[in-house]
Design a protein around this ligand. Structure first.
Ligand SMILES: [Zn+2]
Length: 285
């Protein structure tokens, strides 16, 4: 059990790191940790997570009611409470707005894919929760089935949520999501995303769940032929996860450029060229 004093220091420290690592800006995001008595220590509404101090932290119960502290918890705490309820193993939650990962959701490019072996090993795939209005009960409820099976999820056009058995672990998972997005995006820019062979992905995931743990639901699937990876990943090679749109938009653009025929000159341009050619053929006077 980590004492409250230390959890306070950690939320302040990792709030600053989230800001310094460009995982959130301004009043974005929120951090929380489970206290030894089961209540939740969290950042209050309307404070900058890069410059937190003790007064920016409040204590709430598991229904969201404030128990201690100045200021009020944010409406986004409902998401955190859903995580703690679904995952008794979860001791800390960080919600942030990592720009590259959010851009993936806006472009409808899935991050639930097996690209980097060490990410598959330690985190598995990162699903995107369909859009719901921020701060609502609907969003908190729609997260539930996802956080049962995953330690990090994206919320469509909104942000990321990372769970951990410590604040450090939640922070690491958040960082890994954004770093993966950056590497994947760079690979797309350079020509395309090469995915792991499905068998190797399943082998890595199974090994990772046994060695490093993960959501209890996922760990229970470690010995299945595809571990906790989606069935769809095992039925094709190359792009292991066909949904949503993979790398299609980018390659279609490039294809369009390569295939485009040179445009025929307009009659006006054609007449001007003819005149210029005739002029050049005429003897100068
Ligand atoms: Zn948010």
């Amino acid at each position: 059990m980590v004492p409250e004093r230390r959890l306070r220091e950690e939320l302040i420290k990792f709030g600053r790191l989230c800001y310094e690592r460009n995982l959130l800006v301004a009043m974005d995001g929120n951090l929380s940790a489970r206290l030894p008595d089961g209540s939740i220590l969290c950042t209050k509404a309307g404070c900058h997570k890069g410059f937190l101090d003790d007064d920016d932290l409040v204590v709430i119960d598991t229904t969201g009611r404030k128990l201690r502290g100045a200021g009020n918890p944010t409406s986004e705490m409902a998401m955190h409470l859903a995580c703690y309820e679904e995952r008794p193993d979860c001791q800390a939650v960080i919600h942030a707005h990592p720009p590259m990962a959010i851009a993936f959701t806006i472009a409808n490019v899935s991050m639930a894919r097996c690209v980097l072996p060490e990410v598959v090993l330690t985190l598995g795939t990162v699903p995107t929760v369909p859009y719901e209005t921020t701060g609502t009960r609907n969003l908190a409820d729609s997260l539930r089935p996802y956080v049962r099976d995953h330690d990090a999820v994206l919320m469509d056009t909104h942000g990321a949520l990372a769970l951990g058995t410590s604040v450090l672990e939640a922070f690491c998972r958040l960082e890994v999501v954004e770093h993966t997005a950056l590497i994947t995006k760079t690979a797309r820019d350079l020509g395309g995303v090469k995915e792991l062979d499905p068998k190797e992905a399943a082998h890595l995931r199974s090994m990772g769940l046994k060695r490093y743990g993960g959501p209890p639901n996922a760990v229970a699937k470690a010995d299945l032929p595809h571990a906790d990876l989606p069935h769809a990943c095992m039925t094709c090679s190359g792009c292991a996860n066909p949904a949503p749109t993979g790398i299609a938009p980018k390659s279609e653009l490039r294809l369009a450029r390569v295939n485009s025929q040179p445009m025929a000159p307009s009659p006006l341009v054609e007449a001007a060229i003819t005149r210029a050619v005739l002029r050049s053929l005429m003897p100068s006077s």
